[in-house]
Design a protein. Structure first.
Length: 364
């Protein structure tokens, strides 16, 4: 069996790469023309949640067929079902944006997902209190609290930005109650993805026994991500049937001279690769986090918000906003950076303490 050496600093770096992929994965959508939302969504989902996880496992898991035969079927089922719940959360996220805008939806859903997805899995396993009594735990808790405040601040800054720029994305559809309920649902069900990965750990353990090493988690994505794809596909196919748009996937509607089927499929593929890159590097970071692996989800969520807003600043998306909005996003980004540093330091302290623990020799 290959063992993975704990290295929280490298783990955080891998999470940063994964968050960068996630923060930029929807940029290609801007070049998609002539497709309805459901055409684009089901296409990119087929890559990131179905085809690429299978390909990733085939390329990185030794003796994949044997691993799948020996892995517990119960773990496969639970990971798949929990992945389906995650897919519902993603759909709720998209609908919530129509009612209260991207920024508020993002702040509520990601903030809630970050806290629940981090703390509930070890709580359910009965290991949370024991884990939080170890060295460095106080920095971990402080980092989670500060990160949640930073996510909320970034969400508020985004809302101010929408007002400054007279964003029309929710014009005529604004509904605070519907939006809040859907974003809360999205946050809770998105946090379930952490449970899906946890449920798949027995499968990853079998993969480790056959030499998967740092790639062990890739086999779990076959089930967790396929579950998400199934619920997403059901909703998209429902929209296709309702609006009679399924034919767009093979032939664009007339009167779309600037649209290109090749470009649309290409952009959906790039989106899928970027979105799957998030999972790929999340796993590479997670296996290196040592005694505080449960913090992976919080680090990933905080970095996702941090990097997505940094990208927006670099692309000058905030240049026409008021000074108050600029100050708000600057403070939020500083708080998010502080949260990442706190979580990294807590993981580092915990790992150093674990390495200094020496088992006393048997008394003779």
């Amino acid at each position: 069996m290959n063992t993975v050496t704990s290295n929280p600093l490298l783990g955080v770096a891998m999470h940063a790469v994964g968050a960068t992929f996630a923060a930029t994965c929807y940029t290609p959508e801007k070049r998609v023309k002539g497709w309805s939302w459901q055409s684009y969504w089901i296409t990119q989902a087929s890559f990131c949640w179905f085809l690429l996880p299978i390909l990733g496992a085939v390329l990185t898991i030794p003796q994949l067929g044997t691993v799948l035969r020996e892995a517990p079927k119960e773990a496969m089922l639970y990971s798949f079902l929990l992945g389906m719940a995650y897919g519902i959360g993603g759909t709720a996220f998209g609908i919530s944006i129509r009612h209260i805008g991207f920024s508020l939806t993002y702040a509520i859903a990601v903030g809630l997902s970050g806290v629940l997805g981090t703390l509930i899995p070890p709580l359910v396993k009965g290991t949370l209190l024991t884990t939080l009594s170890k060295p460095g735990a106080e920095w971990i808790i402080l980092g989670i609290v500060v990160g949640t405040l930073g996510i909320a601040g970034a969400g508020w800054a985004g809302r101010l930005k929408e007002r400054d720029l007279n964003d029309q994305q929710i014009s005529g559809q604004f509904s605070l109650m519907k939006g809040l309920l859907l974003s809360l649902l999205a946050g809770v069900l998105s946090a379930v993805y952490g449970f899906a990965l946890e449920a798949g750990e027995p499968i990853a353990d079998v993969a480790s026994a056959y030499g998967a090493g740092v790639w062990r988690g890739n086999v779990t994505y076959i089930f967790s991500n396929t579950g998400a794809f199934v619920t997403t596909a059901i909703y998209c196919l429902y929209l296709h049937a309702r609006h009679k748009t399924l034919g767009e996937l093979v032939e664009l509607p007339a009167g779309q001279p600037e649209a290109s089927l090749t470009v649309n499929w290409g952009m959906a593929l790039i989106t899928g690769v970027f979105w799957y890159g998030q999972f790929f590097f999340y796993n590479l970071g997670h296996v290196r986090m040592g005694h505080y692996k449960f913090t992976s989800w919080a680090i990933h969520m905080i970095m996702l918000v941090l990097i997505s807003n940094l990208v927006g600043v670099l692309l000058r998306e905030w240049r026409q906003c008021r000074r108050l909005t600029h100050r708000t996003i600057a403070i939020a980004l500083a708080v998010l950076i502080g949260a990442v540093l706190l979580l990294t330091y807590g993981n580092y302290i915990g790992e150093c303490a674990a390495r200094q623990t020496v088992t006393p020799p048997d008394a003779r």
